[in-house]
Design a protein around this ligand. Structure first.
Ligand code: KIV
Length: 273
């Protein structure tokens, strides 16, 4: 039975207005049942392109397509009645030109019904963000560690350790906020830089691996639910440990099927007469 409420969903304007007042709670969601469970507790649900790694076993997010984001965006929208829902523009769907970004964003918004899109990039994406927001597309920006740049960055690592890196992240955050982003994800960034950015922007910063200094936090839901038992980055906290529970349930099921204990009488249909 569904437990989600029927109240009207939060808007990108209400998320923006939380700056300086309330901390913004954001989690990723990729499917309808998980969206239903998370929705009452979150301000923002992000259909992140991390789904390529989490659901599809990809090494990076580079192989995620717009079709995949549309399918998962639609699924999440079916399970969300409270939180504002944002869908990621995947790699290659927006970097070529402002017009390409607009076409991709419109496809996501029209085919999923989501409230806005997220894209990675700082100064170099500012003109695109201004173009989109001026044309009715709310943009959630993403600076600091940008997973779609993994092939040019040479891997995933926290940023802002050198003065040069710190200055670049500050410039990026300022540029995307000035261009009209309603909020900014700050990923994998050292605390003093995240703190400076949060103090200087008029829109909320949503941190992931960017310290408590941000205006809100986001985590990949599967990470915080403990569905993976391999590598866990330092910035993740496990609020549950569901991986072993799933494994134990599968083991118990396998045992009962092999021994003939399942299905039992109560799971079996019999003719009515
Ligand atoms: O793709 C994603 O899930 C993200 C968040 C982790 C910020 O970009």
């Amino acid at each position: 039975m569904s437990t989600h409420s029927k109240q009207k969903r939060l808007t990108t304007a209400s998320i923006r207005a939380m700056k300086g007042k309330d901390r913004v709670v954001c989690l990723t969601a990729y499917t309808t049942p998980i969206a239903r469970l998370l929705d009452p507790h979150c301000d923002l649900l992000l259909v992140g392109d991390s789904l390529g790694m989490v659901l599809y076993g990809m090494e990076t997010t580079v192989g995620v397509t717009l079709d995949m984001m549309v399918a998962h965006g639609r699924a999440v929208m079916r399970g969300a009645s409270h939180a504002c829902v944002i869908v990621d523009l995947p790699f290659g769907s927006y970097q070529e030109s402002k017009e390409q970004a607009f076409r991709s964003a419109v496809r996501l918004m029209q085919e999923t019904g989501c409230d806005g899109v997220k894209l990675e990039g700082g100064e170099e994406m500012a003109a695109t963000i201004a173009f989109l927001t001026a044309r009715g597309v709310p943009v959630f920006a993403h600076v600091g560690l940008m997973p779609q740049l993994v092939n040019t960055a040479g891997g995933f690592r926290s940023l802002g350790h050198s003065d040069e890196e710190a200055a670049k992240i500050r410039r990026d955050a300022l540029a995307v906020a000035e261009a009209g982003a309603f909020a900014v994800v700050v990923e994998g960034t050292v605390e003093p830089v995240a703190r400076d950015i949060t103090a200087s922007l008029g829109v909320p910063t949503i941190g992931i691996g960017a310290s408590p200094a941000c205006d809100g936090q986001v985590l990949v839901s599967d990470d915080m639910l403990g569905l993976f038992n391999d590598f866990m980055p330092r910035f993740v906290k496990r609020f549950a440990n569901l991986g072993p529970l799933v494994s134990q349930a599968a083991e118990a099921y396998a045992e009962e099927v092999r021994t003939g204990q399942f299905p039992a009488k109560e799971h079996t249909f019999q003719p009515k007469r």
